[in-house]
Design a protein around this ligand. Structure first.
Ligand SMILES: *[C@@H]1O[C@H](CO)[C@@H](O)[C@H](O)[C@H]1NC(C)=O
Ligand SMILES: *[C@@H]1O[C@H](CO)[C@@H](O)[C@H](O)[C@H]1NC(C)=O
Ligand SMILES: *[C@@H]1O[C@H](CO)[C@@H](O)[C@H](O)[C@H]1NC(C)=O
Ligand SMILES: *[C@@H]1O[C@H](CO)[C@@H](O)[C@H](O)[C@H]1NC(C)=O
Ligand SMILES: *[C@@H]1O[C@H](CO)[C@@H](O)[C@H](O)[C@H]1NC(C)=O
Ligand SMILES: *[C@@H]1O[C@H](CO)[C@@H](O)[C@H](O)[C@H]1NC(C)=O
Ligand SMILES: CC(=O)N[C@H]1CO[C@H](CO)[C@@H](O)[C@@H]1O
Length: 483
C-alpha cells in the first residue's frame, strides 16, 4: 500500500539522520540522593546500553568514577560547595588532582570539573572561594598534564540574572556582576572553558504560569514569543533562557564564551499544585529538548551553534526534601527500565516533529523487555485483561510485524487506554512503558486517550502521509545542510 511505502522509505532516511547531524551532545545528570538506587555498575551498563556517553556527577567519589573506567562515557565531576574551603591553596588542589583525578584519568574519561554548583544563589557564604578554587585546580591539572583534556568551570542557576526577559535584556544581577561574575568570566575565557547554566523552564513556568504558555515551556512552537528589541522569534522558553545568558555574557564583554546547559529537565510527579509535573509533559519536554540538540538549530542568538545539554536526571531521588517534584526528575526507574520513552539517539522513525504536551500518551512494550515477559504480558492483556486483540490476529491490520514486541505493544496500549490512562495500568511486570510518541504505523492506528486532541492522534490515511512529506522535507534539508 502507498501508505506503507512512504513510511518505510521514511524510516530508512531517519536512520541516516543521526550520523549526519553533528555537534551538540546529550548527557545525563546522576544525582544520588536516594536510598533505593541501583548499583553504580548497573548504571554504567545502562548508559552503555542506551548509548549515553556523557554523565555529570555531583561529587568525586572514587568508587563511582571507577565504575565508568574503560567505557566511552566521559564524566563531569564536581567539587561540592561546602568543600570549596579545602581548595584555597595550590598545595591543596595539587594533592586532590594527584590523588583523585590523575589516577582516575588513566582509565576513565573526565571532561570537566565543576567547582561548586549554584554557589552564589545557594551558598553565598562560599562565593569568594569559587574563583581561587577554580584557579588552583586548573593549575594542578596543568602540572599533571591534564589541562588540555579536562576543563574547569562552575555552574550557575538562572537566578544570577537580574533580567532574562526579553532575552535581549539578559543581564547579570548588579550586585554580583562586577565583583563575582566578571573575574570568573575572564578566567573562563583565559582557560578556554564553558559557562555552565542550570536552566529549568519548569521552574520559570511554575513561578509565572499566568504569563507563560505551557506549550512554550514544552517547545511546542504554536505561538512563538518575539523579542521586541531584536525581533528574534522564540519557539521555546529554554532557547529564550539560553539567549538571555548569551546577552548577559555579551553585556560583560564575553561574547566568545559558549554556554553549556549543565542541567535541564521536567519532573514526572508533583504536589497537587504542580499538576504540570507529569509523565506526559516530562516525555514531551525531554524528547523535544533532545530534538533541539539533534536538530542543530542552536538558538536565535546563536543559530547553528551546537548545544550541549545534561538532562536532569537519571533517577528519582527519594531522599530530597522540598516539593514532591524535587524527588521526581528521573527518566529511569530504579529497576533500570524507562519511565517513559526517550529518543536518545534521534533515530525514532515516524515520530511527530514536536510532541504536544497536552496531547496523548500510549503504553507500549519496553525495548528492554524479554520475549518471555512480553509473552506473559500479552497473554494477560488479551486474556483476563480484556484488551482488544482483534487487530493483531493473522490477516488483520496490526498483525505484521509478527513479533512479541509489536503484538504486546498493541495489547498493552489497548488495556491502558481502557483503564483510562492510569499509569499503574502500564506496567506488565516492568515490560511496558508510557510514551508520548504515537506508535501507529501504516494502517495500524493505535487508539489514544481522551485527552488527545482530535486530528492529532486519530489521523486518517491522508493526514498521516501529509506528515510524512513534511518529515521528508526536513530530512532532505538536513542532508543538504550536512553537505
Ligand atoms: C540580586 O542579588 C541580591 C543580592 O544577592 C538579591 O538581594 C537580589 O534579590 C537580586 N536581584 C534579583 C533581581 O534577583
Ligand atoms: C496542544 O494540544 C492542546 C490540547 O488539545 C491544544 O490546545 C494546543 O493548541 C496544542 N498545541 C500545539 C502547538 O499544537
Ligand atoms: C526541529 O526542527 C524542525 C524543522 O526545522 C522543527 O519543526 C522542530 O520544531 C524543531 N524542534 C525543536 C525542538 O527545535
Ligand atoms: C524475540 O521474539 C522475536 C519474534 O517475536 C524474535 O525475532 C527474536 O529473535 C526473539 N528475541 C530473543 C532474544 O529471543
Ligand atoms: C481524512 O482527513 C482529511 C484531512 O483532514 C479530511 O478532509 C477527510 O475527510 C478525512 N477522511 C476521512 C475518511 O475521515
Ligand atoms: C486507510 O486506508 C485503507 C485502504 O484504503 C483502509 O482500508 C483503512 O481503513 C484506512 N484507515 C483509516 C484509519 O482510515
Ligand atoms: C514526500 C512524499 O513522498 N510524500 C508522500 C506521502 O504519502 C502520500 C500518500 O501515499 C504520497 O502521495 C506522498 O507523495
Amino acid at each position: 500500500m502507498v501508505v506503507c511505502t512512504c513510511f518505510f522509505s521514511l524510516s530508512l532516511l531517519l536512520f541516516l539522520a543521526p550520523a549526519l547531524v553533528q555537534g551538540g551532545s546529550i548527557g545525563f545528570c546522576y544525582g544520588r540522593h536516594g536510598d533505593n538506587l541501583p548499583s553504580v555498575q548497573s548504571v554504567a551498563q545502562l548508559l552503555v546500553k542506551e548509548s549515553i556517553s556523557k554523565l555529570r556527577l555531583y561529587d568525586y567519589d572514587a568508587t563511582v568514577i571507577s565504575a565508568f573506567a574503560g567505557t566511552d562515557i566521559s564524566l563531569i565531576v564536581t567539587i561540592p560547595n561546602e568543600e570549596l574551603p579545602n581548595f584555597q591553596t595550590e598545595q591543596q588542589a595539587d594533592n586532590w588532582v594527584n590523588s583523585v583525578v590523575l589516577p582516575a584519568s588513566q582509565t576513565t574519561k573526565i571532561d570537566l570539573i565543576t567547582v561548586g554548583v549554584e554557589v552564589v544563589t545557594l551558598t553565598p557564604q562560599f562565593s569568594q572561594q569559587v574563583l581561587p578554587a577554580m584557579m588552583n585546580i586548573h593549575t594542578g591539572l596543568t602540572k599533571a598534564n591534564l589541562a588540555s583534556q579536562i576543563k574547569v568551570s562552575t555552574a550557575n542557576s538562572m537566578g544570577v540574572l537580574e533580567t532574562s526577559f526579553p532575552p535581549s535584556s539578559g543581564a547579570f544581577n548588579n550586585s554580583i556582576a562586577a565583583s563575582y561574575m566578571l573575574p570568573i568570566l575572564d578566567y573562563l575565557k583565559a582557560i578556554g572553558s564553558f559557562y555552565m547554566v542550570n536552566a529549568y523552564p519548569y521552574h520559570a513556568y511554575f513561578a509565572e504560569s499566568n504569563d507563560i504558555a505551557l506549550d512554550y515551556a514544552l517547545f511546542n512552537p504554536k505561538d512563538p514569543v518575539v523579542d521586541p528589541i531584536t525581533t528574534l522569534s522564540y519557539t521555546s522558553l529554554l532557547a529564550a533562557q539560553v539567549d538571555a545568558v548569551y546577552f548577559a555574557l555579551e553585556a560583560m564583554g564575553h561574547s566568545e564564551l559558549s554556554v553549556l546547559i549543565s542541567e535541564s529537565g521536567w519532573p514526572t510527579k508533583g504536589d497537587t499544585d504542580e499538576s504540570v509535573a507529569n509523565v506526559q509533559n516530562a516525555a514531551t519536554y525531554n524528547n523535544n529538548l533532545l530534538m533541539l540538540v539533534q536538530n542543530n538549530t542552536g538558538t536565535p542568538r546563536r543559530p547553528g551553534q551546537p548545544l550541549n545539554v545534561y538532562i536532569f536526571s537519571l533517577f528519582n531521588e527519594d531522599e530530597k526534601t522540598g516539593k514532591e517534584s524535587e524527588r521526581n526528575w528521573g527518566v529511569f526507574n530504579v529497576d533500570l527500565t524507562s519511565i517513559y520513552y526517550l529518543d536518545i539517539e534521534g533515530s525514532q522513525a515516524g515520530a511527530p516533529q514536536s510532541f504536544n504536551g497536552t496531547g496523548a500518551t500510549w503504553c507500549i512494550a519496553s525495548p528492554a523487555a524479554s520475549n518471555e515477559s512480553l509473552e506473559a504480558g500479552l497473554n494477560f492483556a488479551c486474556g483476563e485483561g480484556n484488551a482488544d486483540c482483534g487487530p493483531i490476529q493473522p490477516g488483520n491490520v496490526c498483525y505484521l510485524p509478527n513479533t512479541y514486541r509489536s503484538h504486546a505493544s498493541w495489547a498493552y496500549n489497548s488495556y491502558y487506554q481502557r483503564s483510562g490512562d492510569n499509569n499503574a495500568a502500564c506496567d506488565f511486570g516492568g515490560s511496558a512503558m508510557i510514551t508520548a510518541t504515537d506508535p501507529s504505523y501504516g494502517s495500524c492506528i493505535y487508539p489514544a486517550d481522551a485527552l488527545s486532541p482530535s486530528g492529532n492522534v486519530y489521523v486518517n490515511n491522508s493526514t498521516r502521509c501529509q506528515s510524512n512529506s513534511t518529515k521528508i522535507i526536513l530530512i532532505i534539508f538536513l542532508l543538504v545542510f550536512a553537505l
